[in-house]
Design a protein around this ligand. Sequence first.
Ligand code: BES
Ligand code: MN
Ligand code: MN
Length: 463
Amino acid sequence: MVQLNQFINQNKDRFLQELIELLKIPSVSADSKFKNDVRSAAQFIKNKLVEAGADSCQVFETKGHPIVYGEKIINKQYPTVLVYGHYDVQPADPYELWDSDPFEPVIKTTSIHPEGAIFARGACDDKGQMYMHIKAFEAMMKTNSLLCNVKFMIEGEEEVGSENLETFIRAQKSLLKADVVLVSDTGIIANDTPSICVGLRGLSYVEVEVTGPNRDLHSGLYGGAVANPINILTKMIASLHDEDSKINIPGFYDDVEIVSDAQREEMSKAPFNLKDYQDDLEINAVHGEKGYTTNERNSIRPTLDVNGIWGGYIGEGAKTVLPSKAYAKISMRLVPNQSSKKITELFQHHFNAIAPDSVKVKVTPHHGGEGVVVPTNFKGFVAASKAMEETFGKKPIPVRSGGSIPIVPLFEEVLGLKTILLGFGLDSDVIHSPNEHYGVFNYFKGIETIPLFYKYFNEEKTR
Ligand code: BES
Ligand code: MN
Ligand code: MN
């Protein structure tokens, strides 16, 4: 692939500039203020697919943000790769914690990225990683080296649960016919330690509201005699974990997939240094479910976390008030075989059951999704592993991640397709946080690795 790598090398500056242009568009899917920007980002992607040589490029409207589609059927005999990614990003808040404007990308070196990293919201999650696929495709097209048919499906609602994409794939089964799905929206262990993500957790997300008296009260006149919903809510939340940090909801663990000792042993071989982990986060100790290691706690075990909690007076100074209401947002990360619908129902039932008579409780479910495990013995994985081994000079380690991509399990359920999670981000790229960035090294490593995946996938399929 000399010619192809030459093409990539000659176009590096332009490939970077185009990504920077895309990163300037604040395509925040959660906030309706950015609706037009989300649309501009979709249009940008569509134009770049056309320029790269894709056919049938189209921006599909949905009830929410649009989906960009484009394809190249180069040879009916070749296998087809469905590339999925997202062009929407998380809100950049809190802005004041960014060292530079989240939508004015800058390239700076860091100790982990001596070759530089692009700082911007979405740099790693997922604009930078998604755009690698469009540039790899362009390079293959321009050097006549595309060895698979390719279909691109790039959405604008991943960060808000992909509900309209689910409707889309259910309606477009024949358009999306393929042999495998390829996604770069996960990470590797380190730039000298390649890995392939072979698991994602599912998600159940709820919002709870606890109501005490019908109005805010004077905390002196009523305090002690009327239930304070914040006191009650925090007590209820505290009761959701036991001493061993196991989740106290009846039935919660019933369907949890048991990972064999042999598999746990295999997983423990991935390099990990607890002291570095703690130092990075400036914590003196880790915390979690008894009987499991840190890497097991954040991948093969389910969790329950409060994401936000509010109520009462939070302004300046002291206001003596017994509030009428208290709220919390709670997420549960699930493992394969747990059903997000069932877990949401179990939570709802349990939360109502533990509420004292002195308050009323309302549980509102938000978006959810199921967990995924990727087998390591099918053609797609073999091709991905060979591709990474060639560009990194080391065999990639299969690793299960703790994050979620809700559409991935539906690719299997609806389209009957397995997904290869060929991501290139690092945990230290701080996705979703202030100062998100993506290594220039990682960006180009991705662009070089993707064509090799196509090559080996073609060989595996036609063997
Ligand atoms: N790309 C991430 C998920 C991810 C990151 C998986 C790193 C594995 C490694 C994705 O954009 C994301 O943030 N997903 C959300 C779920 C969604 C429903 C908001 C998540 O995991 O919180
Ligand atoms: Mn993502
Ligand atoms: Mn994300």
